[in-house]
Design a binder for this molecule. Structure first.
Ligand code: ATP
Ligand code: MG
Length: 420
């Protein structure tokens, strides 16, 4: 049987700092998707259009096949090219060169903002998406109830989706792609927007779809989700495919790479996003006297000291420190705005410290820290995921603690007494 997807040297070159609106607009991409829907196999061969030093390869020479009915996970750091690959697969953007063959109707859920028409209501968008997928109105009617129920936006069905919160938007968008029965499902990590119970329902639904023979491509930073849902995983690094294989092995190798890279406090060469007016240059845990630590001890204050280099004065910035485990599950956040601590950057280097008091992380599990600095109105200046990593160790107080993650990733003193 021919594969559902075959990519051959698929490549996309972008201009450095180009405005993302350089991509096809919604109407144009909808037209292309509609055209693509009816042809069995479509392929594109593009000549190199722009050949200069102001451009770079967001996706470079990627070749792979996905057999019908397989679920495959796509992993890689921020900026590795995952979303670009998915936009190529969904034909929202055209490859600079390379060839792509798709067999079957494709439904995609990409970044928030693509796929729905903002002025149309939830109801109208459901019908529009259905007809893009080539479904007759009565077919859509028969799925309508399920979609509304799954999305939980019933009360707002006749409200334009531009008024939806991002959570509502993603719930409806997922419900639509997951119930209109495309044969190929391409889902970027938008699910991270929803709450935990919604995410679980989405994963359950995807497992169901995978079992019923749909082909699924799924981007996630959550290394526990990928092997649950996918047989294989594909790892991207700086636009190139560096590994493809069994999901468990590839996610493990990804975590190993993260660990190796994160054992340095110098952040200047890390991959990152943001407009760059300020950048984290160093970060590391310190003890109460400011001495650098090599491990984090269960129950201690977690004190992160970070250097932020700014090109000019930026008043009133917002700094976030997100502690997560290696599987990408967030454990706790230190957030300057949430606690009302004002931070202003002046030209040069500023050192700031965030102290999370008495953090009871279960020993035996490493933690990774994501850092973000943004302006007061939310423009991201710099965002570095997996900036630093620390092993968590127990001391004498914790000898009795199990290191099994089955017991939860945080620990609290538990006091017991018999009351009856
Ligand atoms: N329209 C565009 N024009 C120019 N550069 C772009 C455009 N879209 C993405 N890029 C750049 O291409 C690179 C790959 O981006 P992409 O969004 O595919 O990464 P990603 O793997 O999805 O990252 P993340 O995990 O943060 O979602 C990044 O350096 C990004 O800044
Ligand atoms: Mg992305």
């Amino acid at each position: 049987m021919k594969p559902a997807i075959r990519a051959e040297n698929l490549s996309k070159r972008y201009r450095i700092g180009a405005n993302p609106t350089g991509d096809l607009n919604l109407t144009e991409s909808v037209k292309r998707i509609v055209r693509g829907t009816f042809s069995k196999v479509r392929s594109l061969v593009r000549a190199d259009a722009l050949e200069d030093e102001n451009s770079f390869w967001a996706v470079k020479d990627i070749s792979f096949e996905v057999p019908r009915g397989e679920a495959i996970g796509v992993i890689g750091r921020n900026g590795a090219g995952k979303s670009t690959l998915f936009k190529l697969l969904s034909r929202i953007t055209e490859p600079t060169h390379g060839r792509l063959e798709l067999r079957g109707r494709m439904g995609s859920l990409l970044e928030v903002g693509t796929g729905f028409h903002p002025e149309l209501s939830g109801r109208e968008n459901i019908y529009m998406n259905g007809s893009i997928l080539g479904m007759a109105r009565r077919e859509i009617n028969s799925k309508f109830e399920q979609i509304v129920e799954f999305s939980e936006v019933g009360k707002f069905l006749d409200t334009p989706v531009k008024r939806y919160s991002s959570g509502m938007y993603v719930r409806l968008a997922f419900a639509v792609v997951a119930h209109l029965e495309p044969e190929i499902l391409v889902i970027d990590e938008v699910l991270a927007v929803g709450d935990a119970s919604f995410q679980k329902r989405c994963i359950d639904r995807m497992i169901q779809l995978a079992q019923s023979g749909k082909t699924i491509l799924f981007v996630s930073h959550n290394m526990q989700q990928i092997p649950r849902l996918c047989q294989r995983a594909l790892m991207l690094e700086r636009g190139q495919m560096v590994e493809i294989g069994p999901a468990g092995a590839v996610t493990q190798s990804y975590m190993d790479r993260l660990l190796t890279d994160a054992r340095t406090s110098d952040l200047s060469n890390k991959s990152r996003s943001g407009d760059g007016r300020a950048r984290f240059s160093r970060a590391g845990l310190v003890d109460a006297d400011g001495r650098p630590l090599s491990v984090f001890t269960t129950g201690d204050d977690l004190i992160l000291r970070m250097d932020i280099d700014a090109k000019a004065t930026i008043p009133d910035v917002d700094v976030q420190v997100i502690v997560q485990n290696l599987y990408g599950t967030r454990v706790v956040t230190g957030w300057s705005r949430e606690v009302g601590f004002p931070i202003s950057l002046r030209e040069g280097t500023q050192t700031v410290e965030c102290r999370l008091k008495g953090v009871g992380l279960r020993p035996g599990h490493a933690i990774m820290l994501n850092l973000m600095v943004a302006t007061a109105n939310g423009t991201i200046l710099d965002s570095v995921d997996n900036a630093v990593v620390y092993d968590v160790v127990g001391d004498d107080r914790h000898r009795h603690l199990s290191t099994s993650a089955d017991q939860g990733i945080v620990v609290y003193d538990n006091e017991w007494r018999a009351v009856g």
